[in-house]
Write a protein that binds this ligand. Sequence first.
Ligand code: SAM
Length: 190
Amino acid sequence: MYAKIPEMVRAAEERAEKTSFEQSCEPAVGALLGALAAAVPRGGRILELGTGTGVGTAWLASGVGPRTDVTLTTVEVVPELAESVRAAGLPDWVDVVTGDALDVVPRLGRFDLIFADAVAGKWEGLDVTLGALAPGGILVVDDMQPARYDRPEHRAVVDRIRATLASDPELATADFVEATGLMLATRRAA
Ligand SMILES: C[S@@+](CC[C@H](N)C(=O)[O-])C[C@H]1O[C@@H](n2cnc3c(N)ncnc32)[C@H](O)[C@@H]1O
C-alpha cells in the first residue's frame, strides 16, 4: 500500500496489539475511509459504528486533517474500549459515545459518511443505519466478502445485506468484493 500510515492510526494499532484486539480495519479500508472523510463538506458529520481501539476512528480523523468544521461520532458498546480511545487524545471534534449502536444512533440525526463496522447497525438493524444516512451521504460497510465466513448462516446474512443495499432505489452502490486494484483519491475540501 502506498498510503502513509498516519501517526494517530499507528497509536491505535498499538493499542489493539497490546490488548490483543483483532478486529481493527485493514490499512486499505482505513485509507479509503480517510479519502472519503476528506470530502465531507463544511459542517459535515461522520459516524462510525464500533470503535474498537480506534483504528478506523483514527483513519477517519486523519482524512479530515486539520479542519475543525466536521464532527466525528464513534459508538462503542464496550466501555473499556470507548474509554481507551477517549484517553488517546483525539481532536476535540471526535466524540466517543459508549452504548449500543441500535439505541444510540436513532437519537443522533443524520450523517454524511457512515462506517458501519459493528454487528449492530449492519448484521442487525441495517435500517437504523440507513435512516441516519443523509442525502448525498456515503455508507461504508466492511467485511462483505461471503467467502470470509465458514458458516452458511453467516454467508446468508452477508448476502442479505449486500442484496438490501444493492436493491434500494435510493442508493447507488459500488461492490468491491471482487476488486483487485481499486484506488480512490479525494482532494481535501477547502
Ligand atoms: C470490527 S470492530 C470495530 C473496529 C473499528 N471500527 C476499527 O476499524 O478499528 C467491532 C466493534 O463493535 C463493537 N460492538 C459490538 N456490538 C456493538 C453494539 N451493539 N454497539 C456498538 N458497538 C458494538 C465491538 O465491541 C467492537 O469493538
